[in-house]
Design a protein around this ligand. Sequence first.
Ligand code: 5GP
Length: 197
Amino acid sequence: MSHHVTRSSEFHHPNLDVLIEEATLKARIAELGAAITRDYAGRVPHLICVLKGAVVFLSELMRTIDLPVTIDFIAVSSYGDATRTSGEVRIVKDLDTSPAGRDVILVEDILDTGLTLNYLLSNLRARNVHSICVAALLNKPARRLVDVEVAYKGFDIPNEFVVGFGLDCAQRFRNLPYVAVLRQPSQVWPEGAAIGG
Ligand code: 5GP
C-alpha cells in the first residue's frame, strides 16, 4: 500500500465556512460543565448521549464535570442521510441500563425542530427517572416546532446546515474539531465513494 503523506483535505474542505472555532467550543463547554458541577453537587448525574452526533460534545463535557458521573447511549432515527426532518422519531439503539431513579442529563448535539428531544424526554420520563434535563451544544431557534427547555445550552446558531464536532452530512465531517456551515450538502461524497452504514 502506498503511503501518501499529504495533509487531509477534510479540515479545509472548500464547502465549509467555520462558524464556531475549537477553542470557543471548548471554553463554552467548560462553562456548562462547571454549571453542572455546581447544580449536581452531591449527586451522580447520568449522562445519556444521543448517538451519533453528540459523542464529541459528551466526551468534552464529561471531562469538565468534577463529580462522579455515569454515561449511557441511545440512538434514534430522525434525519437519516437527508437534511430535512421527517418528524418521525424511532429508537434504533436503546439504553444499556435502566435510567429509573437517576438524575439524567440528556446530551444532544443540536436542537432544531425540537421533535427528537421532545420525544426522548417523554420516553425517558416514562421510565421513572428521578429528574431529567437537557444539555445541547447547538440551538437553531428559527426552526422550532415544539418547545423544549434546555438547561445547559452551548450556542444559538442561525438557520444553516452545520457539520463538525460530531455533526455529519451523510456520515462525513464528524471529525472536524470545529463547527462549520456546509454549502451544497448534496455534494459531499465524490461519485462512486464507498461508505456503507
Ligand atoms: P430536531 O428533532 O430538533 O429537528 O433535530 C435534531 C437532530 O437533527 C439533531 O440531533 C441532528 O441529528 C439533526 N440536525 C438538525 N440540524 C442539523 C444541522 O444543521 N446539521 C446536522 N448535521 N444535523 C442536524
